[in-house]
Design a binder for this molecule. Structure first.
Ligand code: FES
Length: 121
């Protein structure tokens, strides 16, 4: 049975420091299943989307170590594990867990008419 419940989006994903008009379509909401990741390329930007606990997150899609594609890695709870050398990142903050000064860019997300958008700033 199809659920009509709207997914939760991360707190603080409003257009505070991001442009209110910079929302770009990435993919259909129905194509991102719970506990899964998906790559997207809005305006040519490499973005990784993930849904955890019903919340949709978006971060930059290349690992900050050697640019491996993170969508090919694993999602363990809120942790993305890079497929190349197992660096781990928190999908909520983008932070590299072993050195929080390193991290992925986090993008605000929103759902509108069954479509997921990210704000590239
Ligand atoms: S490229 Fe991601 S851990 Fe090395």
């Amino acid at each position: 049975m199809h659920s009509t419940q709207e997914p939760k989006l991360p707190a603080g994903t409003g257009a505070t420091s991001f442009g209110a008009h910079n929302w770009t379509y990435v993919l259909d909401d129905s194509s991102l299943l719970e506990g899964r990741m998906a790559p997207g390329y809005p305006l040519g930007v490499n973005v990784l989307l993930a849904r955890v606990g019903g919340t949709v997150y978006a971060v930059s899609g290349k690992c900050v170590h050697m640019a491996c594609p993170l969508f090919m890695g694993r999602l363990e709870g809120h942790t993305i594990v890079c497929p190349c050398h197992d660096w781990r990142f928190d999908i909520r903050t983008g932070r590299f867990l072993n050195a929080p000064e390193l991290g992925l860019t986090v993008y605000p997300t929103k759902l509108e008419s069954g479509k997921l958008f990210v704000n590239l700033g």
